[in-house]
Write a protein that binds this ligand. Structure first.
Ligand code: MN
Length: 733
């Protein structure tokens, strides 16, 4: 053996010892044997290989295994699989060898990892997205595959220096695109932050170095501040005999850069926030009680910002994250975020899924993670999912805040903030979503585009004949709902288009035209459509009717049609016709205590007219139907289906009975809320009945409930609000 070989062997032995340093005591003899065997097999298999940096290859699997053991907290099976993760891909050993030596489980994990590493290495987003999808599908077999893959990527990022520049950028961007979001979703915040910072170093080296330097420069001041603050805190907490430790926290380079870029802020504005973590020691029984006790001690001494209380203890994030976050005014008037966590919560926050699993084992685990994985699988397995869309929406869902709502049985469901009842329905099952006819929130019928809030109890009313509607896409926000609706619509659209095509063939024959490409193209452009499919579809649903076809025919015959080309006017809507028939005095029907405007139809059995005493009945197939109180069916409806009755009454819309909801969002600034409320209260004939503003990370969202004399007042108001600086979106609910 050469001296180099000797020193390398010493290094390998040393690294192996390090690998087990923290976990040694937790492992059984059996476990240690398994790991030892995996180590020896890997050493032998990789013995002639070196990494790009020149060091022995085996150091890489050892490092990955160490991340798996220490940072993710997985057990012996995963440590062994991590040691063997590149063996099948890069050496003479086969999967069968691994199965024989280590059994099915280890072999399956190694197989999953081998498959992932064979995925195409392409820079194109579409290929990467496709890879991502395939990768998530391997979770079908064993989630540990993904966890080890992330550890593998973390070590590769740490040693990226040795790679050629072109590869550095590809691997770093893939890390930002796929691995960081995935780590986030699995709850491994710690690893996610490391991945992001390491990647930024290669994707935007100047930016990285600039921020790194600035952090160094301001860290001293920051540390001093945090130090003082925690000292004060400590004295308050120790008085109450709470056992705890504190951690000062700084933002990651990547998150600072994101804030600077997307919120258009300067470094100082972004960095000027401190965070302190209190990690307390307790028995499981005291856990919750102590969190709130610490909360009250902290807020006794420092003024909290009530808008910034986040209680992830009562309803943990679906990643399993639990903690109490408050923002208080610290010494010198600076905002300080205080995170309160028990040691158990802390371990889950740092290690994510694996730790979560460890604590839940044995108990009935309704953990968000399992639900999430199941949901993910469903989405991935539906064939219509476009990979790029999927990743985009996956990421959107990832960073959106969550709300928690209840099913009628009291089961908890987590949904992204802003979710609608349709999102909820699809989260239960795509079949429930597709058959949704109506919804009741907290016992009241609400429109389908209603925004759900945490704590709502949601009951979906389904019917066999109900179908997804294209306008649902305007307000659903989960990828599951979106992709299910799209694929249902596509099927429906094709059917209608086929019928429309046949219809068009007959009509053209009647009008003495040939059915050919030229005439179809002329029609597509005449009706300002994009494709022939659009044309057939519109004919199928009747939005291009006989009159319009005849007009086209005569203009086509005249050959002057180019000069007269204009958009055909839409048919008057049914509701407009109905309104004109209704008495002009009591002209509007409102429902429930809150006098809300809902869609309805008038029941033919008693033909109610405006001004009659009426009630609404939620029918299975046709939404809300209006019956007269004296309708012959009324008694039977009331006695058999009391729960489906909604109170209804005719009102004079000019007398201020109209209730409208406005949602607005934009960039937060001082005085914005004032300006908005001023604008509304100065407007004529408008009353604010409820107003809610929520601001976070420099953006705000607001919900305002108003009483107005007529609907058009609301439109005028919206126009005005849109002009307020900072507001970028105003919509009617
Ligand atoms: Mn590897």
């Amino acid at each position: 053996m050469t001296t180099q070989e000797v020193s390398e062997n010493t290094l390998i032995a040393q690294e192996y010892k390090n690998l087990l340093r923290n976990t040694y005591l937790l492992l059984s003899t059996e476990d240690k044997k398994l790991i030892r065997k995996a180590f020896e097999t890997a050493v032998d298999a990789h013995k002639n290989q070196r990494r790009k940096s020149g060091e022995p290859y085996i150091l890489h699997p050892i490092a990955v295994a160490q991340i798996v053991a220490d940072q993710i907290g997985l057990g012996a099976t995963s440590i062994a699989a991590a040691l063997l993760h590149d063996v099948v891909e890069d050496t003479a050993l086969t999967l069968d060898d691994i199965t024989l030596m280590f059994g099915e489980t280890v072999a399956k994990i190694v197989d999953g990892l081998t498959k992932i590493s064979k995925l195409s290495k392409d820079k194109r987003v579409s290929v990467q997205a496709e890879n991502f999808k395939k990768m998530l599908l391997t979770m079908n077999d064993d989630v540990r595959v993904i966890l080890i893959k992330i550890a593998d990527r973390l070590h590769n990022m740490r040693t990226l220096e040795a790679m050629p520049e072109e590869k550095q950028v590809r691997i770093a961007s893939e890390t930002l695109y796929i691995y960081a979001p995935l780590s986030h979703r699995i709850g491994m915040y710690n690893i996610k932050t490391q991945l992001e910072d390491l990647a930024l170093k290669y994707t935007e080296p100047e930016v990285y170095m600039d921020i790194e330097q600035k952090i160094k420069d301001s860290k001293e001041v920051g540390l001093k501040y945090i130090d003082n603050f925690t000292k004060e805190l400590q004295s308050h907490l120790t008085k109450e005999r709470i056992k705890f430790k504190t951690e000062g926290r700084f933002k990651s380079i990547f998150s600072i850069r994101n804030k600077m870029q997307f919120k258009n802020k300067k470094f100082d504005e972004v960095f000027d926030r401190f965070a302190v973590r209190i990690i307390y020691n307790c028995t499981p029984k005291q856990e919750k009680f102590l969190a709130w006790k610490i909360y009250s001690i902290v807020t006794d001494h420092y003024q909290p910002n009530p808008m910034r209380l986040r209680d992830w203890i009562s309803s943990p994030k679906s990643t399993g994250y639990e903690a109490l976050h408050i923002t208080v005014v610290g010494p010198g008037g600076k905002w300080v975020e205080v995170q309160i966590r028990s040691e158990r919560m802390h371990e889950i926050a740092e290690k994510g899924y694996a730790a979560h699993f460890k604590y839940k084992q044995g108990k009935k685990d309704e953990g968000g993670m399992e639900l999430w994985l199941n949901r993910l699988r469903e989405v991935l397995e539906s064939q219509d999912t476009d990979a790029v869309d999927f990743v985009k929406e996956f990421k959107l869902n990832l960073y959106a805040n969550e709300i928690f709502v209840f099913t009628p049985n009291g089961d908890l469901k987590s949904l992204p903030k802003g979710a609608s009842p349709i999102d909820f329905a699809f989260s239960i099952h795509s079949e429930v979503g597709e058959k949704t006819r109506g919804v009741r929130v907290n016992g009241k019928i609400v429109p389908l585009n209603h925004t759900l809030n945490s704590g709502d109890q949601v009951e979906i009313i389904t019917s066999e004949t109900a179908k997804p509607n294209a306008n649902w896409l305007d307000f659903v926000i989960t990828s599951k709902a979106r992709s299910s609706i799209r694929s249902a619509l596509r099927i429906e659209e094709r059917k209608t288009a086929d019928e429309g095509k046949e219809l068009l063939r007959r009509k053209l024959r009647q009008m003495k035209f040939k059915f050919n490409d030229r005439i179809i193209n002329a029609m597509v452009s005449y009706f300002k459509l994009k494709t022939s499919l659009d044309l057939y579809y519109r004919i199928g649903i009747g939005s291009i009717d006989n009159k319009m076809l005849k007009k086209f025919a005569s203009e086509e015959n005249n050959r002057f049609y180019q000069f007269f080309r204009r958009r055909p006017s839409d048919k008057p809507k049914n509701s407009e016709l109905e309104n004109s028939q209704i008495s002009s005095f009591y002209d509007m029907l409102v429902f429930g205590k809150n006098q809300e405007n809902l869609d309805y139809t008038l029941s033919p059995c008693c033909n109610p007219i405006a001004g009659d005493d009426v009630f609404g009945f939620v029918s299975i197939n046709d939404g809300i139907k209006i019956h007269k109180n004296e309708c012959p069916n009324a008694i039977s409806l009331h006695s058999n289906y009391g729960y489906r009755i909604v109170s209804a009454k005719w009102v004079d819309s000019s007398k201020g009975f109209f209730t409208g909801n406005i949602r607005l969002s934009g960039i937060d600034r001082l005085g914005l809320v004032n300006e908005v409320t001023h604008l509304i209260s100065n407007a004529h004939n408008v009353d604010i009945s409820q107003i809610n503003f929520d601001s976070e990370n420099g953006t705000f969202t607001g919900k305002i409930k108003l009483h107005v004399k007529r609907a058009s007042t609301l439109d005028v108001l919206i126009k005005k609000l849109e002009k307020v600086s900072g507001i970028d979106k105003v919509v009617r609910d």
